[in-house]
Each structure stands twice: as C-alpha cells, then as structure tokens.
Design a binder for this molecule. Structure first.
Ligand SMILES: NC(=O)c1ccc[n+]([C@@H]2O[C@H](COP(=O)([O-])OP(=O)(O)OC[C@H]3O[C@@H](n4cnc5c(N)ncnc54)[C@H](OP(=O)(O)O)[C@@H]3O)[C@@H](O)[C@H]2O)c1
Length: 251
C-alpha cells in the first residue's frame, strides 16, 4: 500500500483518460491533487470531486501546457493554493498525426514543443516548490518512441526526445533527491485514439497481439505511476518502464 498522505501532486491533462486514472489513484493513496486541463472544465471538476471523496484537497487549473505564460500562471495559483509540490506527472500530450513524408516544419515544431519541451518548462517551474525532501517527476510516454506506428512519426519522435530529456533531468536532479522517470504505455482506449485515422487497426492489432490477452487500461498505467512516485521507487532514476501487457516484445 502506497501512502502519499501530506504530499501534493500536479497531473497535467488530469481530467480525462490516463491522467484522470492517475489523479484518482494518487488521491486514493492520500495525496492532494492539482488537476491541469485545457478545454473541458466539467471533466476536470468531476475528477476533483472524486479526489475530495477520498478526503484529499483538489484544485483544477486551466492551462495549455505549451503556453509559457499560462504555465507560469498555473504554478502561481498552485503555490498560493498548496504552498508546495512533491509530485509532478507530465501526462498531457498533443501533436500532428500524419505520415512522416507529409509533415511540415510547423507540424514538427508544434509536436516536439508540446510533448518534449513542455516537460522542461514544467520541471523548471516545479523545482522551487519541491522542498528539502526532494520530489518525484514522471512523464507519460508511449511505445511509439521506439516503434514505427503508422501516422505516429512526429509524436513518436517527440516521445523519443521526451525519454532522452528525462535521462538528462534524472542525472541533474538526483543529487537533490528528485527522481525523474518515464512510464510508457501500450495502446489504451481513450478519447485520444479518436484522432487516429487508423484507430480500429491499432485497437484490433493490440487486442490480438498482446500476450496478456487484453488492452492496457488507464488504471494499469496509473498503478505503475503510483509505484514510481512512491518511496519504494527511490533508487529508480531516468528509467522507462513499459506498461503494455508484453505487446512491444513480441516479434
Ligand atoms: N491512449 C493511448 O493509447 C496512449 C498510449 C501511450 C501513451 N499515451 C500517452 O498518455 C498521455 C495521456 O493520453 P490519453 O490517451 O489519456 O489522452 P486523452 O484521453 O485524450 O486526455 C488528454 C488529456 O490531456 C489534456 N490536454 C490535452 N491537450 C492539452 C494541453 N495543450 N494543455 C493541457 N492539457 C491538455 C486534456 O484536457 P482537455 O480535455 O481539457 O483538453 C485531457 O485531460 C499522453 O501523454 C499520451 O501520449 C496514450
């Protein structure tokens, strides 16, 4: 049983899908949770209610994680509301889904910026709020960082950049007692998949090929994230843990 009583966590994109499951499990473990969202406040408020039902403090912050001014304002609000931050989960992602050959420079820059550079800016804002006890940072990636998935060229490259950045941050921040790691998921049936032109193929192939016999769920990803932010994971730095039921190791 992970006990995060007294800890404060921020989850970007915490209102839906994988982020929502992470928020609820953090609260189940006793953490107070700040939920970031961008467009859908109602979904964020519902997660906040779920967190309060566990007896924990919750707040929702609207901010586009790719916008530096909005990130700044979000952390100012968080500082006022919670006074500190122990756990940062960088989960929100976006990006252009097209074959590599159709990508423009603008597509590339937007996708790399929102999925990779955002972690840098989040960590820079979070550090002053992490106290002498250190902290935990987890970024959510996908197996598309190391596998070629149709239409995933820009997002896959952005996730590869994210994983590399995590290793560098892990080395720089380990002396301050801060663990930085990646949880990388297989195919999870969330709203994000509705943007994939090849959604049905992705889901079908994954169902057939996953040795564990089913798709990865948001809760599966949240389970591992919870472990990575627990004291038990204190000597894990700069690693990518894959949660995919064995999908990515099948030849
Ligand atoms: N689904 C999969 O198969 C899968 C597989 C591997 C990895 N992942 C990764 O898991 C993470 C979550 O994906 P998901 O499938 O759970 O997505 P999702 O269900 O589509 O949820 C996306 C969340 O991110 C928020 N969001 C989107 N753009 C944002 C922005 N610019 N600023 C702030 N928040 C933003 C959304 O809030 P609003 O609704 O308010 O916009 C929502 O809370 C991503 O990093 C994704 O790459 C997903």
């Amino acid at each position: 049983m992970v006990d995060l009583s007294g800890k404060t966590a921020l989850v970007t994109g915490g209102s839906r899908g994988i982020g929502r499951a992470i928020c609820l499990q953090l609260a189940e473990a006793g953490a107070n949770v700040a939920i970031n969202y961008w467009r859908n406040r109602k979904a964020a408020e519902e997660v906040a209610e779920g967190i309060r039902a566990h007896g924990c403090q919750a707040a929702v912050y609207k901010a586009n994680v790719a916008n530096e001014g909005q990130l700044h304002d979000m952390f100012e609000s968080l500082k006022g509301d919670f006074g500190k931050l122990d756990i940062l989960v960088s989960n929100a992602a976006s990006g252009v889904l097209k074959p590599a050959i159709e990508l423009t420079r603008k597509h590339w820059q937007w996708t790399l910026d929102i999925n990779a550079a955002t972690l840098l800016h989040l960590v820079q804002h979070a550090l002053p709020l992490m106290g002498d006890d250190g902290g935990k940072v987890v970024a959510i990636s996908s197996i598309g960082s190391v596998r070629a998935i149709p239409n995933y060229s820009a997002v896959g490259a952005s996730k590869a950049a994210l994983e590399s950045l995590v290793r560098h941050l892990a080395v720089e921040l380990a002396p301050q007692g801060i663990n930085v790691n990646i949880v990388s998921a297989g195919v999870v049936d969330t709203d994000a998949l509705k943007h994939f032109p090849n959604r049905d193929d992705l889901l079908g192939n994954s169902r057939i090929k996953t040795p564990a016999g089913r798709l990865t769920s948001p809760e599966d990803v949240a389970d591992v994230t919870l472990f990575m932010v627990s004291p038990q994971a204190k000597m894990i730095h700069g690693q990518t843990v894959v949660v995919d039921g064995g999908y990515s190791i099948v030849a």
